[in-house]
Design a protein around this ligand. Structure first.
Ligand code: ATP
Length: 248
């Protein structure tokens, strides 16, 4: 579904993405993890042309993304990010329908309601204004908005970063469920290795713009992936061990 071939992106002297080659199969659920500044968001943003590479090629469903018009590409690729950026003067239903509206279509209230239901929000929230929602509810609206164009791919950049742990867990599970039900190909950027291990089928660890490891959660938990990956896995493992000791 997605292919990167020798992709490079520089910002002045900084090499944000340094010769990445990668394929993502249709239906895969991939997490991108790594330290701050390792190039995760830049790599993600090149898929829907928020960021243009300096070298290399990115294909979506077999076509070079540069050959696809940006609005057409973004209809097929839903995008959710941390500061979700709902339009404050538009109600929730209008915010959910903003993508189709940009391409000259309109979303019926029924469809907006269906999308809200899909992300676990009461369809009656469609008439609320964004400032009448909690942070978690706003993120759910962001996911509904990303799904409004029936995308094949869902890109998520730290979508749960600002949420409390309980809401974060619930929304993570909901997104994983939607991934299955809608047959999406999902790429999730997260700082949280535990989240990556629990939600994705494949975990890619970025380090200084390169792929340091590309493993299944099971392989990572069994010790694969090298030192950078294992340093990240050590954090949730140590927490789980500490809790287990307290329980005894
Ligand atoms: N628009 C930009 N202009 C200049 N430098 C940028 C820009 N976007 C990213 N960078 C730089 O590129 C590098 C990679 O940034 P990127 O945001 O991709 O990392 P990240 O792994 O997603 O980090 P974080 O986890 O903190 O979001 C960093 O050094 C960053 O400062």
């Amino acid at each position: 579904m997605l292919e990167f071939v020798d992709v490079e992106k520089r910002f002045g002297a900084v090499v944000a993405v340094d010769g990445v080659s990668l394929t993502v199969a249709r239906g895969a659920s991939v997490a991108l993890v790594g330290a701050s500044g390792s190039g995760k968001s830049t790599l993600l943003g090149m898929i829907n042309r928020l960021v243009e590479p300096d070298a290399g090629r990115i294909s979506f469903d077999g076509t070079d993304v540069r050959a696809v018009e940006r609005t057409a590409l973004r209809r097929r690729i839903g995008y959710v990010f941390q500061s979700i950026g709902l339009f404050p003067h538009m109600d929730v239903a209008a915010n959910v329908g903003i993508g189709p509206k940009v391409t000259g279509q309109s979303l019926s209230p029924e469809r907006a309601g269906e999308l809200l239901d899909l992300v676990g929000l009461d369809p009656a929230y469609g008439t609320r204004m964004p400032d009448e929602l909690s942070g978690g509810q706003r993120q759910r609206v962001g996911v509904a908005r990303a799904l409004a164009g029936n995308p094949e791919v869902l890109l998520m950049d730290e979508p749960f970063g600002a949420l409390d742990p309980v809401t974060r867990d619930a929304l993570g599970k909901r997104v994983r469920d939607l991934h299955e039900r809608l047959g999406l190909t999902t790429v999730l950027v997260t700082h949280d290795m535990a989240e990556a291990l629990l939600l994705a089928d494949r975990v890619i660890v970025m380090e200084s713009g390169r792929i340091a490891a590309d493993e299944t959660p099971r392989a990572l938990l069994a010790g694969a992936g090298g030192s950078a990956a294992q340093a990240l896995v050590a954090v949730p493992r140590a927490q789980a061990d500490a809790l287990e000791v307290m329980r005894r």
